[in-house]
Design a protein around this ligand. Structure first.
Ligand code: SAM
Ligand code: SF4
Length: 403
């Protein structure tokens, strides 16, 4: 968009082009997309020349969507950036002809590149988790070549980025479809060589694909942060089997022990689904016990949501919605307690924070282990590394002062 001459606006209502990038991994996410789309309708009524485009996993049957949302100008499949850019270019030339306002699109390099950027490195997914709509909407795995990724990261760093997070639904599968089969460890090594880039992260890992080489790369490359997101989804073997996750609870436990053994102080995050079809109270409690015993830094918990076209949506679901909610709340309460305890261990310690922005008068940044830290200071800390002494710690964030 920037190459085509656009700059970001704060509010959608002020934009010439609004691109809604969508996720439908759960029904609640899909409902939010529909809500947001409805809220954009008045914008189109007020300024018909404004463009509304929708891309991402919401975009499936385009003609049905066009009928349902006639005020949307264009729909694009997930990752179809080329389609979006071609559409905008033809829109620009039509607009120029109509208004003769070529100057309106003078090239403008934005200074709004975030300190911490996301870079997709592998699209799609080849796994068959029975609850998951991602592979139906995003297709098979496609890795981007190492050189292309390095070039993109170099560009971001030139414009002020200091940290990148390499993204993939299963980032551990990176490279197996490329000539020469470079893996994630090779990619991390290549990105590590970029000057003025200080921190590298990657997500999401899959427990069955997290090879030794990847753990070794995190342990040995100083810029790669001690932070791993490795969803377990359930702490019960029978449920894992019905989810077709491809590992047992014991294998997962051993993987966590290996990671913690090799990467001291690593920040570990996981995802959990509760109330999967057929999940008994005992099976749910097995998840609870695993989380209690493993003590993750972060747990993203979701109540199972049936998604159209998935294998699990055809299973009889005997866990009522209120029960799924109850289980979700129980896990949230447990995790709030654990995360609070873990974070309080940092009280009085000094941590290195990469400062991302100022929010409500306070500088906001993250530790290498991905913990959110706020501190107050009159200096300009944006994009700098600060040594911060922790003075207050809650489950979701910490406060401190410059050390
Ligand atoms: N690829 C990652 C993995 O293997 O776990 C995660 C991908 S998924 C887009 C992100 C999270 O959404 C999952 O970890 C899972 O916890 C949650 N999720 C996916 N499908 C779901 C469903 N049908 N109901 C509830 N949560 C779901
Ligand atoms: Fe979905 Fe992740 Fe399983 Fe792929 S690995 S099917 S993205 S949950």
């Amino acid at each position: 968009m920037e190459k085509l001459g656009y700059v970001p606006t704060r509010r959608a209502e002020d934009a010439d082009i609004v691109v809604l990038n969508t996720c439908v991994v759960r029904q609640s996410a899909e409902d939010r997309v529909i809500g947001r789309l409805s809220s954009l309708k008045p914008l189109k009524n007020k300024r018909p020349e404004a463009v509304i485009a929708v891309m991402g996993c919401f975009v499936d049957d385009m003609s049905a969507l066009q009928k349902r949302f006639p005020y949307v100008d264009a729909f694009f499949k997930p990752s179809d950036v080329k389609g979006l850019s071609e559409f905008i270019q033809s829109y620009q030339s039509a607009l120029r002809q109509a208004q003769d306002t070529a100057l309106r699109f003078t090239f403008h390099v934005s200074r709004l590149t975030p300190v911490s950027c996301y870079v997709p490195v592998i699209e799609g997914c080849d796994r068959f988790c029975t609850y998951c709509i991602v592979r139906l909407r995003r297709g098979q795995e496609r890795s981007r070549p190492v050189d292309e990724i390095v070039e993109e990261v170099r560009c971001l760093v030139e414009r002020g980025a200091r940290e990148v997070t390499l993204l993939g639904q299963n980032v551990d599968a990176y490279g197996h479809d490329l000539p020469g089969q470079p893996d994630l460890a090779d990619l991390l090594t290549a990105v590590h060589g970029i000057e003025n880039l200080w921190r590298i992260r990657f997500l999401t890992s899959h427990p069955a694909d997290m090879e030794e080489r990847i753990i070794d790369a995190v342990a040995s490359l100083p810029k790669v942060c001690e932070h791993i997101e490795i969803p377990v989804q359930s702490g019960d073997d029978a449920v894992l089997k019905r989810m077709v996750r491809g590992y047992t609870v014991d294998q997962y436990r051993r993987l966590v022990a290996k990671i913690r053994g090799r990467i001291p102080g690593v920040g570990l995050a996981t995802d959990v689904i509760v109330g999967f079809p057929g999940e008994t109270e005992e099976q749910f409690m097995n998840t609870y016990k695993l989380l209690e015993e493993t003590r993750f830094d972060v747990v993203h918990v979701a109540a199972y949501s049936p998604r159209p076209g998935t294998a699990a949506s055809r299973l009889p679901d005997d866990v009522p919605r209120e029960e799924k909610e109850r289980r979700r709340r129980i896990i949230e309460e447990l995790q709030e307690d654990i995360a609070g305890q873990i974070n309080r261990q940092l009280l009085g310690e000094t941590v290195e924070v990469l400062v991302e922005e100022k929010r409500k008068g306070k500088w906001k940044g993250r530790t290498r282990t991905h913990k959110l830290v706020f501190f107050q200071d009159d200096g300009d800390w944006q994009g700098k590394l600060a040594q911060v002494k922790i003075t207050w710690a809650g489950p979701w964030s910490m406060q401190g002062e410059l050390a």
